[in-house]
Write a protein that binds this ligand. Structure first.
Ligand SMILES: [Zn+2]
Length: 254
């Protein structure tokens, strides 16, 4: 009887939402372009942490005070990407990895100790993750330039977070140099960025991922594509993996 109780406890502790799995990369979508990614070695990275003001982020995940990442990665300075990055950096003492534009945003300043200035072609290692900056065809007001991130993991998975880019020819070089296995793909369209049709064309023309996770869509104030519209554009593409805000997926060989 006691042995059964022990095994039930063990099962509960290993099956709970959020548990890390051996040699896996955990990708948790926080809504819009925000992700929390945990490496096989337990390195937690927070990308484009638009949380407290993000209507897509579940209440349980929208408090910036709850995050303790190893680094904060920001693709560009727009409010729906920079989000709570400065607050989390100041709370935790963790660095923002980004082009310099995050140093001045909304008249906030950021101490040099809280930023790692990053630019296209650069690579840094945080814990067991190699992080590289690639171009993005967009803008980054208040200075600087927009980028995308490529994250290379020890289990062989490589994630490409596109930022807010439009399709561009040098995506062929991103494929040649980094060969992403998972793409976090901006698909929402609207006034600011590429729509799902263009995003699908970018994947078909330039990449060979195993998984495509759409982002930057859904019910925000920005009039972006709905989940149904995104699914319709990618109909028949088995690589599409739609997460719901707060949901996690794990990638890698067990
Ligand atoms: Zn955006």
């Amino acid at each position: 009887m006691y042995r059964l109780f022990f095994f039930v406890l063990l099962w509960l502790s290993t099956s709970q939402a959020g548990a890390q799995k051996p040699n896996q990369v955990r990708v948790q979508w926080l809504g819009h372009a925000a992700f929390q990614i945990t490496s096989p070695g337990g390195t937690v990275l927070l990308l484009d942490p638009f949380l407290s003001q993000n209507p897509n982020t579940p209440d349980s995940l929208n408090n910036p005070g709850h995050y303790r990442p190893a680094a904060i990665l920001v693709t560009h300075s727009h409010a729906d990407h920079l989000g709570d990055a400065l607050t989390i950096a100041k709370n935790t003492g963790v660095k923002i990895i980004s082009p310099r534009m995050t140093a001045v945003y909304g008249r906030q300043t950021l101490a040099d100790s809280l930023q790692l200035i990053f630019n296209v072609g650069g690579t840094v290692t945080v814990g067991d993750v190699r992080i590289s900056a690639v171009p993005a065809m967009h803008s980054s007001d208040f200075g600087g330039r927009p980028i995308g991130f490529v994250l290379a993991f020890t289990n062989g998975e490589t994630i490409y977070h596109t930022g807010d880019t439009w399709i561009f020819g040098d995506m062929a070089l991103i494929q040649e140099f980094y060969r992403p296995t998972i793409i976090l793909l901006n698909v929402g369209g609207g006034a600011f960025s590429q729509d799902a049709q263009t995003a699908r064309t970018a994947v078909r023309r330039y990449f060979h991922p195993r998984v495509v996770i759409p982002m930057h869509f859904g019910p925000t104030p920005y009039h972006l594509a709905t989940e149904a519209e995104v699914r319709a554009v990618f109909a028949g593409d088995k690589r599409l993996r739609v997460l719901h805000p707060g949901e996690s997926a794990w990638f890698g060989h067990e």
